[in-house]
Design a binder for this molecule. Structure first.
Ligand code: NAP
Ligand code: G4F
Length: 336
């Protein structure tokens, strides 16, 4: 009888957790998803597969719970996706961010190493570690230069992953650039835009207020990116990989694409805090400084050539398809 591969996913209730759970189920894995206790139901993203996965309660801030989860689930592969993942919040909650995003990884790796060194481990590293970028595009060779508590905690975790790799564990750091989907949290700029555009279209909102419209990101689709996570753990040797599309646009461009989906063109007038986006003579976008960050990452653009060469990975979804699917999903949700 062939052995079923067991995967443990932390961050199961998040965007990537839900997509990788679906993908692993389709590959015949037994899936365990770790979730933390919440006052309200956290299972929106995984309602449809809740009866196919095994949910286990645990918190990356609690070493006891992690040890129990590892022992109970006895996984072959671990995907550590749990994190305080919102960069802006990390500026006023740096300690909790470091506790989850660095010490959480420390606790988990410590438990895994003691329990079974053969477990394969994926760490959700991030392009935010490049911070105030020292070269463009960014590859596995680009020096890191984080500018947020989030980026700093993720970089410390990334270094720890390398340490455990030197100790003989199969650990990979996926340096993933921004990836989005209809399941993206509403705080992140892409989903904030698509949700607001859908509301404006339905007459439920007048305008959308944003922060830095000039920020440039390399945005891909989360479904493509979780496939790269899995591929990393199927290689003969563990390594770190940049996962990106190799294309960038500004927040302003993203806004235009989202409005295009509802058949509206945006005309930009003014500069800085006074910049406004008009459609049919009405202000539909403005700038509010409360959405600026104490320190900004102005540009992220990845070079995914190593992933293409060694993993055979390439992004499939186009940016236009991604944006349109997000707006369409928000229209459907709001029309219900
Ligand atoms: P997400 O939607 O914000 O999901 C984060 C997950 O972490 C949620 O399930 C959350 O649970 C869980 N979590 C938070 N604190 C926890 C704790 N103390 N213990 C256990 N679980 C905890 O994030 P995502 O977009 O799916 O991203 C997945 C991972 O990739 C994160 O580590 C993120 O930092 C990293 N990353 C994301 C991107 C991107 O563009 N999406 C790019 C690079 C790296 P609750 O539901 O209870 O809050
Ligand atoms: O959507 P964001 O909040 O994502 P950010 O900060 O790039 O972080 C995301 O990607 C990282 C990978 O590089 C992940 F590690 C991290 O977990 C997360 O998934 O902001 C994108 C850009 C920023 O430059 C921000 O300043 O959009 C700019 N922006 C402009 N107005 C805004 C807004 N961001 C948000 N969230 N809200 C605004 O109103």
């Amino acid at each position: 009888m062939t052995k079923v591969t067991k995967a443990l996913i932390t961050g199961i209730t998040g965007q990537d957790g839900a997509y990788i759970a679906e993908s692993l189920l389709s590959k015949g894995y037994q899936v365990f998803g770790m979730y933390r206790r919440r006052a309200t139901d956290p299972f929106d993203n995984i309602d449809h597969i809740k009866n196919k996965i095994n949910l286990v309660s645990g918190d990356l801030c609690d070493g006891h719970s992690i040890q129990e989860v590892v022992e109970e689930t006895n996984p072959d592969e671990v995907y550590n996706l749990g994190a305080q993942s919102f960069v802006k919040v990390s500026f006023n909650q740096p300690h909790v961010t470091r506790d989850i995003n660095f010490y959480g990884v420390d606790r988990l790796l410590h438990s895994l190493f003691r329990f079974n060194k053969k477990i394969r481990f994926y760490q959700a590293s991030t392009s935010e570690m490049f911070g105030d970028v020292l070269e463009t595009p960014q590859s596995e060779f680009t020096p890191f230069n984080p500018v947020s508590p989030y980026g700093e905690a993720k970089l410390a975790a990334h270094e720890l992953v390398k340490e455990y790799r030197k100790r003989g564990m199969f650990c990979c750091g996926g340096i993933l650039f921004n990836h989005e989907s209809p399941r993206r949290g509403l705080q992140f700029v892409t989903r904030k835009i698509t949700h607001s555009v859908a509301k404006i279209h339905l007459g439920l909102q007048d305008k959308l207020s944003l922060g830095n419209l000039n920020a440039e990101r390399d945005w891909g689709h989360a479904i493509d990116y979780v496939e790269a996570m899995w591929l990393m753990l199927q290689q003969d040797t563990p390594d770190d990989y940049v996962i990106a599309t190799g294309k960038k646009i500004t927040v302003r461009d993203f806004v235009e694409l989202a409005f295009k989906k509802i058949g509206r063109e945006i005309e930009w007038v003014g500069e800085g805090l006074d910049e406004k986006g008009y459609s049919n003579g009405q202000v539909v976008v403005d700038v509010d400084e409360k959405f600026f960050r104490p320190n900004e990452v102005n540009l992220l653009l990845g070079d995914p050539s190593k992933a293409k060469k060694e993993l055979g990975w390439e992004p499939r979804a186009s940016l236009e398809d991604l944006v349109f699917s997000m707006v369409q999903n928000d229209l459907t949700l709001l029309e219900k």
